[in-house]
Write a protein that binds this ligand. Structure first.
Ligand code: 13P
Length: 334
C-alpha cells in the first residue's frame, strides 16, 4: 500500500534548503538504524529547534526492516511534538539509493526525499538514471539528491578506493538535464572513520595527532559560481572526534589512525551553498565509545538499558554540538 510522506507528518527538503542557503547554515543529515539513535536525534533536534534529516541507507533498511523504519519516522514526528516542538521539520531520506527500483519503493513507502547515487556510472548514464528517479519522485512531491564526482571510502554497499573531485564544468548541464533538487559533490571528504591515510596527513608536533589535508574549497567555490543558490550536499562529514577514538581504544577497541574532517572546515562549508551535511560515523563512534566504557566499568551489567542509556546520552550531546557549533541550524525550525 502506498503512503505519502505528508500523511506521516514529514516534510521534503525544498523549503528547508532554500532557507538554509539564504541563512548561511546547513541542515544536519544524521543516519539512523535503531531506536536509541533515533531518540537521541529527535531529542537533540527538538531541544535546539533544528530542522533535521533522518537518513536511512540501503544497508540500514535491510538491517532494521523497511516497515519498522517508516513507523519509526512517523513516531519520531509525534515524539517531537510530545517534547514540545510544535512544528517539527523532519525529513525521511534515502541515503545512497543505487537503483530506480529502490528509490521508487522508498517514495511509495513514505520517504520525503531520496538520493540516487549514480556517481560511479559514466556521466550520461548518471544523467539518465537520475532523470528517471526525478520524474517519478516529483509526481509525489518527493525531493531528489543526486551525486557528481566520487568519494573515497565505504558507505554500506557503496565503496571506492579513490576520490575524484566533482568537475565544476559539468554541474550546470547535469542539474539542467536531471532536474535534481540538490547535488552531492566531492571535494575531499570521504565516508567512514578512516578518511585519510597517515601518508596523506601531517602530524601535529604537540599532540602527535594526524592533521588531514584541507578540503578543496576552490572546487566548491567554482561550483557555487556555476550554480548560484543551488543546494549542495556534503557526504562523509564526520569529524571523528578524537576523544571517542581514545575512549574506544582505552576500553578494548582498536581504531588506529581514525581521522575525520576538522569541524572548522565544516563550519566554513555550512556558511556557503552547502546546505546538507551528512554525519553517520560520529554517531557510531559516540555510541560504541560509551558502551565500551560502561561495560568495562560495570562488568556485571547485562541489561541493555544500562549501557544503551549512556550511549544515547553521548549521541545526543554530540548531535547538539553539531547543530549548535558546527552547522548553525539551531532555532531554524520554531
Ligand atoms: P561519515 O562516514 O563521515 O559519517 O559520512 C556519512 C555519510 O556521508 C552518509 O551518506
Amino acid at each position: 500500500m502506498k503512503v505519502s510522506f505528508k500523511e506521516l507528518g514529514l516534510v521534503n527538503t525544498r523549503e528547508m534548503f532554500a532557507k538554509a542557503i539564504k541563512g548561511g547554515y546547513a541542515i544536519p543529515a544524521f543516519n539512523f538504524n535503531n531506536m536509541e539513535q533515533l531518540q537521541a536525534i529527535i531529542q537533540a533536534s527538538a531541544e535546539t529547534k533544528s530542522p533535521v534529516i533522518l537518513q536511512v541507507s540501503k544497508g540500514a533498511r535491510n538491517y532494521a526492516n523497511q516497515t519498522l523504519l517508516r513507523y519509526m519516522a512517523q513516531g519520531a514526528v509525534e515524539y517531537a511534538k510530545e517534547l514540545g516542538w510544535k512544528k517539527p521539520q523532519i525529513v525521511l531520506h534515502l541515503d545512497h539509493g543505487d537503483s530506480y527500483e529502490l528509490c521508487k519503493s522508498c517514495v511509495d513507502f513514505g520517504f520525503s526525499s531520496v538520493m540516487i547515487d549514480g556517481s560511479a556510472l559514466p556521466y550520461d548514464e548518471n544523467v539518465k538514471l537520475t532523470r528517471k528517479v526525478v520524474n517519478y519522485a516529483h509526481k509525489y512531491d518527493v525531493t531528489v539528491e543526486a551525486e557528481l564526482g566520487v568519494l573515497a571510502g565505504v558507505e554500506d554497499e557503496v565503496s571506492s578506493e579513490v576520490s575524484h573531485y566533482t568537475k565544476p564544468e559539468e554541474v550546470i548541464d547535469f542539474v539542467k538535464k536531471t532536474k535534481c533538487d540538490s547535488l552531492a559533490i566531492s571535494i575531499g571528504t570521504s565516508h567512514g572513520a578512516y578518511k585519510f591515510t597517515p601518508e596523506q596527513c601531517t602530524r601535529d608536533p604537540k599532540t602527535g595527532r594526524l592533521v588531514p589535508p584541507p578540503l578543496a574549497f576552490d572546487v566548491l567555490k567554482a561550483i557555487e559560481k556555476k550554480l548560484p543558490g543551488f543546494p549542495i550536499v556534503l557526504h562523509g562529514s564526520s569529524s571523528v572526534p578524537q576523544e571517542y577514538v581514545d575512549m574506544c581504544n582505552k576500553y578494548g577497541g582498536n581504531l588506529p589512525n581514525a581521522v575525520g574532517i576538522p569541524e572548522e572546515q565544516l563550519r566554513k562549508a555550512a556558511k556557503s551553498a552547502v546546505c546538507k551535511i551528512n554525519i553517520d560515523s560520529d554517531s557510531r563512534l559516540a555510541m560504541t565509545a560509551a558502551i565500551r566504557k560502561h561495560l568495562a566499568e560495570n562488568p556485571g551489567h547485562f541489561d541493555p538499558r544500562q549501557y544503551l542509556k549512556p550511549a544515547r546520552e553521548e549521541m545526543k550531546k554530540m548531535y547538539i554540538h553539531k547543530i549548535v557549533n558546527v552547522l548553525g541550524s539551531n532555532g531554524k525550525a520554531r
